[in-house]
Ligand binder design. Structure first.
Ligand SMILES: Nc1ncnc2c1ncn2[C@@H]1O[C@H](COP(=O)(O)OP(=O)(O)OP(=O)(O)O)[C@@H](O)[C@H]1O
Ligand SMILES: [Mg+2]
Length: 300
């Protein structure tokens, strides 16, 4: 498999358009440590290309909006995530959690401010090296119509069978795969063998372990997993996040309670930040979100 194919597949995985190109003289991110900084980040989505192309003859112009607060999806966000720590992003639906996370692998560029990885403005880095440093496990991981093995090793085409199986053991999915009709050669995906939501997430975690990125972005599933799957996913995550910088869009109580820092987003602003106990004690937005989580521990 060529690098180009696997890169295309990354986009398929990230499920995003790619209007972004490397700047001339972009540098490689080498041996990333995984420090992630947001420095006074402001963001709003570009206006729909289709609706302005005929008028402007140009594409992806920022929307010519007056500076009203409602226009911003993210307003003046500053965060510094130390290498190896886990930050949980919480907040109401539409608060901007997924958008914030998507600025790190540069699915979009900031409207103002800077996102840095290891001190480098992400716009100065080659996208290939940036995305190699970042692993994304989405809410509903996409599997290609191909074998389990192919779905795993595209993350690292040089991986050996032993390494692949080791990653699957760590991700608590090996036994499930071994029991499939053709084991690792079983074809999965839309028209293939259908794995459950929890199994797909663990396969995505195994894929991430093989890629071995310094930074992990995890959009936790909002759907109910049965308790066996829930337990397995929790165990898999424990292994997967150790030693990596993790930005977790958290819907599970256990994730937020264990996070090094919790960031509470509300309508694009950083409303609160801190550890679980402190935020519960503060009696603000987090405390009310937590009350909902506690009432129904597996969903956000
Ligand atoms: N591709 C897009 N184009 C335009 N607007 C978008 C796009 N994606 C999200 N938005 C808008 O940006 C805002 C923040 O959305 P975002 O998906 O980041 O929220 P979220 O906190 O992840 O919500 P949820 O908990 O429901 O996943 C919302 O108002 C949303 O409608
Ligand atoms: Mg989201």
């Amino acid at each position: 498999m060529t690098a180009l194919v696997s890169f295309d597949r990354v986009f398929e995985l990230l499920d995003a358009p790619n209007p972004i190109t490397d700047r001339p003289g972009a540098i490689e991110l080498v041996e990333p440590r995984g420090r992630v900084e947001f420095d006074h980040v402001w963001f709003r989505y570009p206006v729909d290309v289709g609706s302005i192309a005929s008028l402007e003859g140009d594409v992806l112009l920022p929307a010519p909006l007056p500076d009203r607060p409602g226009a911003w999806v993210l307003s003046d966000i500053s965060i510094d995530v130390t290498p190896g720590s886990t930050v949980a992003l919480v907040g109401p639906s539409g608060a901007g959690k997924t958008t914030l996370a998507s600025l790190v692998p540069r699915l979009w560029d900031v409207t103002d401010g800077t996102v840095r990885v290891d001190g480098n403005d992400v716009r100065d880095l080659t996208q290939e090296s940036l995305r190699r440093a970042i692993g994304v496990v989405s809410q509903d991981p996409h599997l290609f119509h191909d074998t389990v093995a192919a779905n795993l090793v595209y993350a690292r085409p040089t991986a050996t069978t032993d390494e692949m199986m080791e990653a699957c053991r760590s991700a608590r999915i090996h036994d499930v795969i071994a029991a499939l009709p053709h084991g690792y050669d079983t074809v999965v995906g839309e028209r293939g063998y259908r794995l459950s939501g929890g199994e797909k997430q663990r396969l995505a975690i195994a894929r991430m372990l093989l890629a071995d990125p310094a930074v992990v972005i995890l959009d936790e599933a909002t759907s109910h997993l049965d308790s066996e799957n829930e337990q397995a996913v929790q165990e898999a995550l424990g292994t997967a996040l150790a030693g990596r910088t993790a930005l977790v869009i958290a819907h599970r109580l256990s994730t937020v309670v264990n996070a090094d820092e919790i960031l509470v987003l509300d309508a694009g602003r950083l409303a609160e930040r801190g550890r679980h106990d402190d935020l519960v004690g503060a009696g603000g937005l987090y405390a009310s979100l937590y009350a909902n989580l506690a009432a129904e521990p597996l969903v956000g």
